[in-house]
Design a protein around this ligand. Sequence first.
Ligand SMILES: Nc1ncnc2c1ncn2[C@@H]1O[C@H](COP(=O)(O)OP(=O)(O)OP(=O)(O)O)[C@@H](O)[C@H]1O
Length: 339
Amino acid sequence: MIITAEGLKKTFTTRSRKGSQTVEAVKGIDLQVETGEIFGVLGPNGAGKTTTMRMLSTLIAPTSGTARVAGHDLTGEASQIRRKIGYVSQAGGVDDNNGARANLMLAARINGLGRAQAAERVDAMLSAFELAEFADRPGRTLSGGQKRRVAIALGLVHQPPLLFLDEPTTGLDPQNRANLWDQIRLLRSSGTTVLLSTHYLDEADALCDRLAIVDHGVIVAEGTAAALKREVASDVVTLRIGSGDAAGSARAGSGDVADAVEGVPAEVAKLLEVQPYTKEVRVDGDVLRIYLDDGEHALPGLLRVLEEAGVVLRSIALDRATLDDVFLHKTGRSLRDAG
Ligand SMILES: Nc1ncnc2c1ncn2[C@@H]1O[C@H](COP(=O)(O)OP(=O)(O)OP(=O)(O)O)[C@@H](O)[C@H]1O
């Protein structure tokens, strides 16, 4: 394990004229990151991702809890840890008045590399991150994607075995995001461990070997994306149902059962909850999400139940469960709406 953390907590106290305010940003996090993996911390805005990363990278001291990072104790051996990690913040830390080469040279020298070794590493970084073409152009003239690549190169110039990336692809267009994902995967294949935070579901799913989902300062789920999703269900059927008169006039079937459940989401949910294939049903307004395994086989039976009950469908979709379904299952909210 390159990171083990137990009970990490951080409480901020801010003082203003109105008095002091306390924010429990991280409320007790246990974490194990294996050497050589890409580990994701996924959560909505304000969940405590940055605070967790800043504690583990020694930028701020935890209020309580313990951790070992890259073989050293977080509280007693911070300077040894700093030599073994790279940290790329959301802001990036690229000096806008200097080019990539000068930025990298400064970072290499600050990290203790001699002049010749620094020059060698700078060249390697310029080439690895495809920065050579504009290596001497001031940072302010670079595109968002180019600048993000310089920022990540800055975190890697001293060849740390562990790299922290705080929301590395926020604000990038899809092509730049995909390029950066490739570069992060290359880092893994060269043996670097990456701990990254993100609020993008697809990023956590596609890029991370394992992840921790955080909400309100605690980990609500942890594991591989596949295992986390499997825990909820493999498939989800999303129904939008009609209601009231619209349901009554348009429904296919009718009868006593239909009169009882027509268009009332909670009643329809009760009906579906007792079906043998159903794992869980969630109601959000007139939308029902039915979690089940093997949706393709269950779907005809599910439609039959709805028809017999006279339920009018406005739409129906069968999808694979996503990490958002995991978040919903654990917190009762969608990650898309949270934060
Ligand atoms: N220095 C600070 N002083 C006071 N409160 C803070 C400080 N840093 C963070 N917080 C608060 O702690 C909570 C967690 O913030 P944090 O930045 O760790 O969240 P995050 O998950 O990284 O969010 P984002 O995705 O928006 O960056 C928030 O409520 C934030 O306002």
